[in-house]
Design a protein around this ligand. Structure first.
Ligand SMILES: O=P(O)(O)OP(=O)(O)OP(=O)(O)OC[C@H]1O[C@@H](n2cnc3c(O)ncnc32)[C@H](O)[C@@H]1O
Ligand SMILES: [Mg+2]
Length: 223
């Protein structure tokens, strides 16, 4: 049987590495956005991780004509009312670097004792016609007063995970995968991967027949 192509729809190298490592060995041909010509960026204007994950996955699947897996994730800090949340990648402004975002977070929490936070990850796997599967997970921790460790990406050096007494940036990739928001969501996807591939094949077949006018299926609402 022909292998399914799955494109990992992220421009974040840290995320891409974690997702590709997790799916390595799964019966699918993993591609990333660099394997295709340049495609426009999606505007991440949804109010929730869920909305943005679906938007990125569906847009990419539609443009490239192959199933796509997107990740929308971020950090929710309790004392900041859940900020930076869906704005995590641009907390310090459009195009902000990880260190600018981290500096802004430290500033926002300066002098605060309540430093509880959680990382959230929503994965959306969409086919070109718009059907999608969703996986979601979170991981709770504490925001430190200064960065520790040089692994990982994003807010990892500030995110301390008490059960392992390490920040995400001090963990090996395997340790981070075993406890992180993205690791947990990816494990759920891995566990039912065979079923997911059956579902994808069915949707692609429906789509093919639908294009040929052989059947009348209702496409889900497109945004
Ligand atoms: O949209 P794509 O192209 O996937 O890449 P992005 O970096 O813009 O990703 P998001 O829109 O989902 O923003 C998520 C931000 O949250 C942060 N983040 C998410 N997961 C993280 C993790 O595992 N460790 C550290 N920071 C993380 C990081 O700053 C990301 O830029
Ligand atoms: Mg983004």
């Amino acid at each position: 049987m022909e292998r399914i192509i799955l494109v990992v729809a992220t421009r974040n190298k840290g995320k891409s590495r974690e997702i590709r490592n997790a799916l390595n060995g799964c019966p699918v041909d993993i591609k990333d956005l660099n394997d295709f010509g340049p495609i426009p960026e999606v505007e991440e204007d949804g109010d929730t991780f869920d909305d943005n994950a679906y938007k990125k996955a569906h847009f990419t699947a539609k443009v490239l004509g192959v199933p796509a897996l997107a990740d929308d994730s971020g950090l929710e800090v309790e004392a900041l009312g859940g900020a930076p949340g869906v704005y995590s990648s641009r907390y310090a402004g459009p195009g902000a670097t990880d260190s600018e975002n981290n500096a802004k977070l430290l500033e926002a929490l300066r002098g605060r004792n309540d430093r509880k936070a959680r990382f959230v990850c929503v994965l959306s796997l969409a086919v070109p016609m718009g059907y999608a599967l969703t996986y979601e997970a979170a991981c709770e921790g504490i925001i430190l007063e200064a960065p520790r460790g040089d692994g990982g990406f994003g807010y990892d050096p500030l995110f301390y995970y008490p059960p392992l007494k390490k920040t995400f940036a001090e963990m090996t990739p395997e340790e981070k995968f075993s406890v992180s928001h993205r690791g947990k969501a990816l494990k759920e996807l891995q566990e039912e991967f065979d079923k997911v591939m059956v579902w994808v094949r069915q949707r692609l077949e429906e789509e093919r027949r639908w294009r040929l006018g052989e059947m009348c299926v209702e496409a889900p609402n497109d945004e």
